[in-house]
Design a protein around this ligand. Structure first.
Ligand code: UDP
Ligand code: MG
Length: 144
């Protein structure tokens, strides 16, 4: 890897609606088809405290309580994705927050149900990606 490399790690969450609807395989396949590598992967159920900590930046927003209810409503799948410009590429593949406004072919357009139950999460910047990957994965889990 050269000094100018833009190889990045980012966090993906397949949200409870995706897991409930048996979409794990289809979404992971789309991630791999886009050339992003799955470096670490697990299924878990967030506690209320974990959901609130993860979305702490949104604590004052009107949708915060409902978002945390939803994110704790069933299991999620979390993945650390790696690739050149992975943060931006994963956001592009996800599509806009509101599935109704997401571009054709994006995951949220295909699988999102509404602005809250929008199928997937993706880190939005370098600092948040580092924080969010470390929220779910240890150094050892990322070393494989
Ligand atoms: N969200 C919501 N209502 C809104 C905006 C966001 O329920 O008006 C939820 C939605 O699940 C979204 C998450 O809160 O994915 C985080 O919001 P953000 O603005 O960070 O959108 P994202 O980065 O996920 O596109
Ligand atoms: Mg966000």
């Amino acid at each position: 890897m050269t000094a100018s490399s833009t190889m990045e790690l980012t966090l993906a969450i397949l949200k409870p609606d995706s897991v409930r609807r048996n979409l794990i395989g289809q979404i992971l396949a789309q991630i791999e088809a886009a050339g992003l590598q799955i470096r670490a992967l697990k299924r878990l159920t967030l506690t209320r405290r974990q959901a609130e900590a993860f979305y702490d930046v949104h604590r004052e927003r009107p949708f915060f309580g409902s978002l945390c209810d939803y994110m704790t409503s069933g299991p999620v799948v979390v993945a650390a994705l790696q690739g050149e410009r992975a943060i931006e590429r994963w956001r592009e593949l996800m599509g806009a927050t509101d599935p109704a406004k997401a571009a054709e072919g994006t995951i949220r357009k295909k699988f999102g149900q509404n602005i809250e139950q929008n199928a997937v999460h993706g880190s939005d910047a370098t600092e948040t990606a580092a924080r969010e990957v470390a929220f779910f994965f240890s150094t050892m889990e990322l070393a494989g």
